[in-house]
Ligand binder design. Structure first.
Ligand code: GYE
Length: 356
């Protein structure tokens, strides 16, 4: 929603000043041939907070306060550690609270997830949590709202032209993906000194994190003329697909010096592809990604992955706390932004045992 636009324009505004300053100082050093990249020395900007202008959720179906609830969770896939950690977190919290939780798995198929949500609507749970595979899930989410079921979106957003936040669904709880892309761009500039030929492995086409992680990264690197995007392609947030796409792109662009992957699974696939081509990840080709799963933290510690921007999958406590707040009539905003860390060589090793 607006957060995306706001973040992009903030990112552009924030980057505009350092670039202008750098250009001015570069001019005085006549020996310098290229403009220095401000991102290469920029500190990690950390997390964003939801803009104060995000409205309260006022017109979605209400939830009666009860001592226990019958809730459902439509998960879009279970093919990676991130999804498994999210589902486990939802199950653990429901168990702790003594709520009945029905979980469906769409197996990474949009048509299956639409069918799943339709069958959950027919069962009329008190609450429907949905992790939408793409923004196109908006139409069926609207149907759930029409059936009087309060819907809480987890980790991905949907098309607001079709499903209105605060009306067709209560809220979306997610990370600021544009910010994640910008943070990844800064790490990429750190890894490469601001000079790189980059290939980008995108998440599932039409998924909000894929759209926004691309937006945040691509717009940030524009401020550094040395950071060049050679190619960008869908790797479906998946390790095997990421590896295949990376192999193809690396062969098509033998001058590649960096890979930006929208998630860790694809980054790990890319690292395998780099090795298969006889190159050294972390030396010949720098890799930066997003999530913070165990294998990625191990890769950061082993210096094959430069950094991973955290995107925390442990939604259970926040999802159920938000639902309870809504049931007791407290104000719930239509967007809730998670707080995420950054994993680099400084802290990766120490976090491996806690990772998923
Ligand atoms: O980064 C990825 C997963 O929607 C934020 O989806 C989530 C993303 C996460 O499959 O690994």
């Amino acid at each position: 929603m607006n957060l995306r636009r706001i973040s992009v324009s903030l990112a552009a505004a924030a980057l505009a000043l350092p670039v202008a300053v750098t250009t001015a100082s570069a001019r005085s050093h006549t020996t310098r041939s290229t403009t220095a990249c401000a991102l290469a020395t920029a500190a990690d900007p950390g997390n964003s907070t939801a803009p104060a202008s995000i409205p309260a959720s006022l017109h979605a179906p209400k939830l009666t306060k009860k001592s226990t609830y019958n809730v459902a969770f439509s998960q879009n896939a279970s093919n990676n550690p991130w999804r498994l950690a999210e589902t486990a977190s939802m199950k653990a919290e429901a168990k702790k609270l003594g709520y009945k939780l029905t979980v469906t798995d769409a197996n990474n198929s949009q048509s299956k997830q639409i069918a799943d949500v339709k069958s959950l609507i027919a069962q009329h749970p008190d609450v429907l949590f949905i992790a939408p595979i793409t923004e196109q899930m908006a139409a069926v989410i609207k149907q759930a709202g029409k059936a009087g079921i309060p819907v809480f979106l987890l980790d991905r957003d949907v098309d607001h032209k079709v499903a209105k936040p605060g009306k067709d669904f209560v809220t979306v709880i997610q990370s600021d993906f544009v910010r994640e892309g910008k943070r990844a761009a800064i790490q990429m500039a750190h890894a490469t000194g601001g000079s790189a030929k980059i290939i980008e492995l995108e998440g599932t086409t039409g998924a909000s994190p894929a759209i926004d992680r691309k937006k945040g990264f691509d717009s940030a690197i524009k401020s550094c003329s040395g950071l060049k995007l050679l190619a960008s392609q869908d790797g479906d947030f998946n390790r095997a697909t990421g590896q295949k796409v990376a192999e193809t792109l690396l062969q098509a662009h033998p001058d590649t010096t960096a890979v930006y992957a929208h998630n860790d699974e694809m980054a790990i696939g890319a690292i395998a592809a780099i090795k298969a081509l006889g190159k050294v990840p972390g030396k010949d080709i720098q890799v930066v990604s997003i999530d913070g799963e165990k294998d990625a933290l191990k890769a950061v510690a082993a210096k094959t992955l430069f950094a991973t921007v955290e995107c925390n999958p442990r939604f259970g406590p926040k999802a159920f706390a938000t639902m309870k707040a809504y049931a007791s009539g407290q104000t719930v905003k239509t967007l809730i932004v998670n707080t995420d860390n950054l994993f680099t060589i400084e802290n990766a090793k120490a976090n491996i045992s806690k990772a998923y």
